[in-house]
Design a protein around this ligand. Structure first.
Ligand code: PGA
Length: 246
């Protein structure tokens, strides 16, 4: 694990309601302690909780993000959608874009590209997800799929410095399966070679938990983790952070 800022991004997905908010008290306390000064904790709750979590965490180093945004930046007639501008105006700093659960509902690289542009225009930090499906992995297509997702997703974007890339193999999400460290390292290198060698932050996501973190944290080229299931329970999330840092 890098010595720079280490990211722990909690993706709550479609979980959580008002009663979930107080569970982050423990994280607020932890985030203020000196040992965790290089730790970047980002909560991405459902839209319905963004405002409450921003208020709750505003005196702590914890940041808040959204799980998606629409590709139109400003007001537009899109029932049920939320723009990057609306997210920014609430005070959130990050937005997850291109998550495989959205790709599987028909989100194309072209739409992802527009969403990334929209997020950057609003000065949100996109967490851009890429990852291969099991069927691609089986026929050794991981590298070509990732390259294509990066090439199309970042088309026309000149400044990549503020984009965080999350490598999330689709077959690892919510399954308990994870790649071997050398496989993750290979993809991290591929991402760096295709985005920006120096400045980009790269996270791993997919079944990260408080057990496999001890192995995953050995990957020096990673800047942190995108955590779904294990971030819904505060004790597990805290445990992951503590085991990575200590
Ligand atoms: P998981 O989800 O940790 O539950 O596998 C990760 C993600 O989908 O971002």
């Amino acid at each position: 694990m890098t010595n720079n800022n280490i990211y722990f991004v909690a993706n709550w997905k479609m979980y959580g309601n008002l009663s979930s908010i107080n569970q982050i008290n423990k994280l607020i306390k932890l985030s203020k302690s000196k040992i965790y000064k290089n730790t970047k904790i980002v909560y991405c709750p459902p839209y319905t909780l963004i405002d409450r979590l921003i208020t709750k965490t505003n005196k702590s180093p914890i940041s808040i993000g959204a799980q998606d945004c629409h590709f139109e930046t400003t007001n537009f007639a899109f029932t049920g959608k939320i723009s990057a501008q609306q997210i920014k105006k609430l005070g959130a700093k990050y937005v997850i874009i291109g998550h495989s659960e959205n790709r599987s509902l028909g989100e194309t690289d072209k739409i992802i590209n527009k969403k990334l542009k929209s997020a950057l225009k609003e000065k949100l930090i996109p967490i851009f997800c890429v990852g291969e499906k099991l069927k691609d992995k089986k026929i050794n297509k991981t590298s070509s799929i990732i390259k294509k997702q990066i090439r199309n997703g970042l088309k026309g974007i000149k400044n990549f410095n503020n984009i965080i890339v999350a490598y999330e193999p689709v077959w690892a999400i919510g399954t308990g399966l994870i790649p071997k460290n050398y496989q993750i390292e290979k993809v991290v290198k591929l991402i760096k070679d295709n985005v920006n060698k120096k400045t980009n932050k790269i996270l791993y996501g997919g079944s990260v938990n408080n057990k496999n973190i001890l192995e995953l944290k050995k990957i020096k080229s990673l800047n942190g983790f995108l955590i779904g299931g294990a971030s819904h329970t505060v004790n597990k999330f805290v445990d992951i952070i503590k085991k990575t840092i200590n």
